[in-house]
Design a protein around this ligand. Structure first.
Ligand SMILES: [Zn+2]
Length: 286
């Protein structure tokens, strides 16, 4: 059971930044939320969020999460910290110390960024990815994915829409629902809309919009690598990174601001000044 969580290295290449494979068993607490969903068949927004949170809490417990003084966390604080509240959503974020190049968002507004992604993206590129994930939450894609997963599982197992019996929902069903939720295969349209959201997010905040194209170029390069399998190429439901890079470029051209992006230095270590201050920490007056 230790290997409940499986991430395939090739995943990112095939689906993009919001994709991962995981198998999770939600805890007892989630049953309450799920049961409520069973009685009304369709999960309410609140239930979808609650169930998502249970899943994320479980994942957080099972992964190495970067601590508050970790360089990755400090970098994400600096970049993401000011963007956690928006119209109709509140976000929280954490770094998973995993080599995989990945990031995902769930219906409760949790965004998880893998250190592997932060290793290859500079600040602006990372902001473009963050903007994309925020887009999924803001557009309710994450919630819809949660709902779809729940409904599918309920239908497969013949859970009656009127049933209020807890026992009809097994731990394994919960696991499957959670897994599917985190797996969230968004539609091509949803991905395109999240990309557009990201572009607007970059523009609105005065970031270099050309970094979005650059981020997708990096991903495109990765998918061309040896890790890209035959299966990846067959997976046509997700727009490929090359096309998404082109779309981002076109948007920048339309705005008259296009300029091939040059990647900046990537620093995931604790800034020297900060590290020094930390050592010298003195007792506060009261
Ligand atoms: Zn996405």
């Amino acid at each position: 059971m230790k290997n409940k969580f499986i991430v395939l290295g090739i995943l990112f290449a095939s689906f993009g930044v919001c994709q991962m494979n995981a198998q999770i068993n939600l805890g007892e607490k989630a049953i309450g939320a799920l049961q409520k969903g069973v009685t009304s068949f369709t999960l309410t927004n609140a239930d979808a969020a609650k169930l998502s949170k249970e899943a994320v809490d479980k994942m957080d417990a099972e992964h190495e999460v970067a601590g508050p003084n970790d360089g990755y966390t400090l970098r994400l604080n600096r970049l993401f910290g000011k963007h956690t509240a928006g119209e109709g959503y509140t976000l929280n974020y954490k770094v998973y110390k995993l080599k995989e190049v990945n990031a995902f968002a769930t219906a409760d507004g949790s965004v998880r960024v893998y250190s592997g992604l932060m290793d290859i993206m500079d600040d602006n590129e990372l902001l473009a990815v963050i903007g994309h994930e925020i887009g999924h939450v803001a557009n309710n894609d994450s919630r819809d994915a949660m709902r779809a997963a729940y409904q599918k599982e309920a239908l497969i197992d013949g859970v009656s829409s009127q049933s209020a019996t807890v026992s009809t929902v097994t731990d394994s069903q919960l696991g499957k629902i959670g897994s599917a939720m985190i797996d969230s295969k968004h539609s091509r349209k949803q991905e395109a809309e999240a990309d557009l959201f990201s572009y607007d997010f970059m523009k609105k905040n005065g970031y270099n919009v050309n970094a979005e194209e650059s981020a997708f170029r990096i991903l495109a390069k990765m998918s061309e690598g040896t890790e890209a399998s035959f299966l990846d190429k067959m997976m046509s439901s997700h727009p490929d990174s090359k096309q998404r890079a082109e779309d981002a470029k076109k948007r920048a051209e339309k705005d008259g601001v296009y300029k091939a992006y040059v990647q900046q230095k990537i620093v995931n270590t604790v800034p020297a000044a900060k590290a020094k201050t930390k050592k010298k920490t003195t007792t506060k007056k009261k």
